[in-house]
Design a protein around this ligand. Structure first.
Ligand SMILES: Cc1ncc(COP(=O)(O)O)c(C=O)c1O
Length: 407
């Protein structure tokens, strides 16, 4: 029996009391990150959370039962590390139809989610100390991942045309990797202009750098046609497209994928084989069926309609209850809104108070390396059930009003 259990302590208690273990440099960085481990508790206005209650559980279960009865028995050994071939074909068809991107299924490598893909790309394409071009503000977990892996963040601001990188392109040595969100930057929601996309790809080609295109929530666009991905115009072959099913379906699924330049496919397959062997085959089989039978496309259509309605209701209700205390940037895509706060009101205090009153949000400063000129909160609207919308926004307005009186 472990000594901790004998002493009536949990293993975690015992670990906290013990001397700090000797860790690698990366280990020490991971230990210090304090990364938000995630939550399955859905409260308004948890950012980036799909409408879990609208997931077609019955259809998913039907696909799962069928796979368990038939194909799964034939697939109990080690699977293809690049991913189940029918799933890769289904993803290639989906991308051609919805993202204007024709790729060969052989260029697709299935990963356990988007963040694992970012990690693999970092390990295979950069060395510790190498620069990663990254937006400020930019996604917190991805930044912590690069920092923990001992990569140097080369931060660039974001303006109306997306990441504003021109001034760092002459840096010596040049960044080896760019982390970009061309279709919808998180958290500001900007789109990278065509001129900048082309400039970035030319620069990457000239400097032997690579670009990760994180396209995690591009399925949800509420005005106009879907924007083509950056990879779809990547003539030089410098873009690694990363997709995920975390938002279109649900994060616990842990399925994401690369679309890789052909020259990188073999090394990424090898890395998947050594690090993960493969993503669980049964999950891939169920997902492949779910897509092939049209359930994925139907679910996406339904969620797009639902989120269009929820976005509309959010904006209308916020305008009614805010009494001018906060302003919403109405997003044309994605799952979140930026809520700008009145001058002088501290977003961290509002965030902390709102949390205690059951309102979930993230302060913009969590995403920032340099102080941002305005205070804001990031609020998710996609997971909010209609009866919780108005009370949630009223609570937020009340917290801001109280804070304003104290300024
Ligand atoms: C910026 C960003 N990229 C990608 C993802 C998807 O990550 P994963 O596929 O690992 O769940 C998320 C999840 O919220 C995200 O915020």
């Amino acid at each position: 029996m472990p000594r901790a259990a004998l002493a009536g302590q949990s293993a975690t208690d015992a670990g906290q009391n013990a001397e700090a273990p000797r860790l690698s440099r990366a280990g020490a960085r991971f230990a210090a990150t304090g990364a938000n481990i995630g939550t399955s508790e859905v409260r308004p206005f948890l950012p980036n959370a799909p409408a879990y209650d609208k997931f077609p559980f019955g259809l998913w279960q039907t696909c799962a039962n069928r796979q368990a009865r038939h194909s799964f028995r034939a697939g109990m050994g080690y699977a293809d590390p690049a991913g189940y071939a029918p799933l890769r074909r289904a993803i290639a068809e989906y991308l051609a139809m919805h993202r204007g991107d024709r790729c060969d299924p052989e260029q697709i490598v299935i990963t356990p989610g988007g963040h694992t893909a970012f990690m693999i790309a970092t390990l295979l394409l950069t060395d510790p100390g190498d620069g990663v071009l990254f937006e400020d503000p930019g996604p917190l977990i991805a930044r912590k991942l690069f920092e923990s892996l001992d990569r140097r963040i080369v931060s660039v601001p974001v303006d109306a045309d997306g990441m504003d990188f021109e001034h760092v392109l002459q840096a010596v040595p040049p960044p080896r990797l760019v982390f970009a969100m061309p279709s919808r930057h998180h958290p500001l929601g900007r789109t990278l202009s065509l001129a900048r996309r082309l400039r970035l790809m030319d620069w990457a080609q000239a400097n032997a750098a690579w670009i990760i295109e994180d396209d995690y929530d591009s399925e949800f666009r509420y005005t106009g046609r879907p924007l083509p991905s950056m990879r779809s115009i990547d003539a030089p072959g410098r873009v690694l497209y990363v997709g995920t099913f975390s938002k279109a379906l649900f994060p616990a699924l842990r399925v994401g994928y690369f679309v890789l330049p052909p020259a990188l496919v073999q090394v990424f397959r090898n890395a998947m084989a050594l690090m993960f062997r493969s993503v669980p085959l049964e999950t891939q089989m169920v997902l492949a069926d779910f897509i092939a039978e049209g359930h994925f496309a139907t679910h996406l259509r339904r969620m797009r309609d639902l989120y269009t309605q929820r976005r509309h209701d959010f904006i209308e209700t916020a305008a009614e209850v805010s009494d001018g205390r906060f302003q919403i940037d109405s997003p044309d895509s994605g799952m979140n809104v930026i809520t700008w706060l009145p001058e002088g009101v501290g977003e961290r205090r509002i965030h902390a108070k709102a949390q205690t009153m059951g309102v979930h949000c993230y302060p913009l400063s969590d995403y920032c390396l340099q102080p941002y000129p305005r205070s804001a909160l990031i609020l998710g609207f996609t997971c909010v059930q209609p009866h919780l919308l108005r009370p949630g926004l009223q609570t937020l307005a009340q917290v801001i009003a109280t804070e304003q009186r104290q300024v």
